[in-house]
Design a protein around this ligand. Structure first.
Ligand code: PBG
Length: 316
C-alpha cells in the first residue's frame, strides 16, 4: 500500500489544506518599515501598510484566517495595559485596517491578552504582592474584547489563562451587542520555554514567569478540565498550545471536544525548524509539512502557524 505515490495518496488518513492554516501576524506602532524578528527569521513586525499587503497575500494563498498581535511603543506600555483597550491602540488599529481591506473575506482573529501592552509583561494586572490578580484582569479582558469586536474581529483569542475568562468575555460581548463575535479559547495553554522567541516578536520583557496561571507541562488531565470549563463558559473553539510537545494532549482534547479544535505551532517551534534548516541539518519545507501534518493527525482541525501563508501557497 506504499508502493506508489498514487497508492499512498489513496489511503492517506489525514489531509492538510490551506483552509486549515491560520497565520499569526504582528503589527507594531511607531515603525516606518517592517522590523525583522531575529529569532524568527522570515517573520516581521509589520507596519499598518505591510500588514495590509501581507494579509491580502495570505488570504489569496487560501489561509483559513489571521490572528493579529499588537506591538505598542515602549512608552505606551503601563501597569494596566491601557493600549489594549484604547480604540487607537495599535492592535485595534490593525484590526480596523484589516477589516477595511478584507471585510468578511477571511476570519479575523485577535489576541485577547494584556502581555503585549503591560510594562511588566504579564498577561494580567498585578495585585500588591506582584501576582496576577485574576478577577481584576477579567474586567480588563472584557473591555479589551469589546474594543476588538468594535474594531472588526470575528473571533477573539483569550490567551491569558485566567479562570472564568471565556464566561466574562461572552457576557461582556453580549451586553455590548456583539452576539456574533465568537471565542477561540486558549484552553490548554502550558507554561512553555518554547514561547521564547515570542518575547522578541512582541518586544516584551517578562518579569518572572507565567507558572501561576499557565499549565504545568507535567499535567495532562488538567487540560481536559480546562477544556470542559471553557466549553461550559461558551467557547466556540478550543486551542492547545504549544503543539509539537503536546500532541498527546491535543489528541485527547480532540477526542472529547464537540467544538473545533485548534493547535498553535508557536514561535520556538518555528525557530527550531528554521535554525536546523539554516544549518543544513534538515530539509526545511519537508519538515514544515511533516510537522503540520502531524499536528493535524493528532486531532487539530485548525493549525496556527507562522508558515501558514507559505504552506498554503505550496498546497494550493
Ligand atoms: C499571550 C500569548 C503568547 C503567545 C501567544 N499569545 C505568549 C505567552 O503566553 O507567553 C505565544 C505565541 C508564540 O510563542 O508563538 N499573549
Amino acid at each position: 500500500m506504499r508502493g506508489t505515490v498514487a497508492l499512498r495518496r489513496l489511503v492517506a488518513e489525514t489531509s492538510l489544506e490551506p483552509r486549515h492554516l491560520v497565520l499569526p501576524m504582528f503589527v507594531a506602532d511607531g515603525i516606518d518599515d517592517p522590523r525583522p524578528i531575529s529569532s524568527m527569521p522570515g517573520v516581521v513586525q509589520h507596519t499598518l501598510d505591510s500588514l495590509r499587503s501581507a494579509a491580502t497575500d495570505a488570504v489569496e494563498a487560501g489561509v483559513g484566517g489571521l490572528m493579529l498581535f499588537g506591538v505598542p511603543r515602549e512608552e505606551d506600555k503601563d501597569e494596566a495595559g491601557s493600549g489594549a483597550t484604547d480604540p487607537d491602540g495599535i492592535l485595534n488599529r490593525g484590526l480596523g485596517a484589516l477589516k477595511t481591506e478584507l471585510g468578511d473575506a477571511t476570519v479575523l482573529m485577535a489576541d485577547t491578552c494584556l502581555d503585549e501592552f503591560t510594562s511588566h509583561g504579564h498577561c494580567g494586572v498585578l495585585s500588591d504582592d506582584g501576582r496576577v490578580d485574576n478577577d481584576a484582569t477579567l474586567a480588563r479582558y472584557v473591555e479589551m474584547a469589546i474594543a476588538q469586536a468594535e474594531a472588526g474581529a470575528h473571533l477573539l483569542g483569550p490567551s491569558g489563562m485566567m479562570d472564568g475568562q471565556v464566561a466574562a468575555i461572552r457576557k461582556g460581548l453580549d451586553a455590548a451587542g456583539h452576539t456574533d463575535v465568537g471565542q477561540l479559547a486558549y484552553s490548554a495553554k502550558y507554561a512553555s520555554v518554547f514561547y521564547g522567541p515570542f518575547r522578541e516578536a512582541v518586544s516584551s520583557s517578562l518579569e518572572g514567569d507565567r507558572r501561576t496561571y499557565q499549565q504545568d507541562s507535567a499535567n495532562r488531565r488538567e487540560s481536559l478540565l480546562e477544556v470542559d470549563l471553557d466549553l461550559a463558559e461558551g467557547a466556540d473553539l478550543v486551542l492547545v498550545k504549544p503543539a509539537m510537545s503536546y500532541l498527546d494532549v491535543l489528541r485527547e482534547v480532540a477526542d472529547r471536544s464537540p467544538v473545533p479544535v485548534a493547535a498553535y505551532q508557536i514561535s520556538g517551534e518555528y525557530a527550531m525548524i528554521t535554525a536546523a534548516a539554516q544549518n543544513g541539518w534538515i530539509d526545511r519545507d519537508a519538515a514544515v509539512l511533516e510537522s503540520l501534518l502531524s499536528i493535524r493527525r493528532a486531532g487539530a482541525d485548525i493549525v496556527l502557524t507562522y508558515w501558514a501563508a507559505e504552506a498554503a501557497g505550496w498546497l494550493s
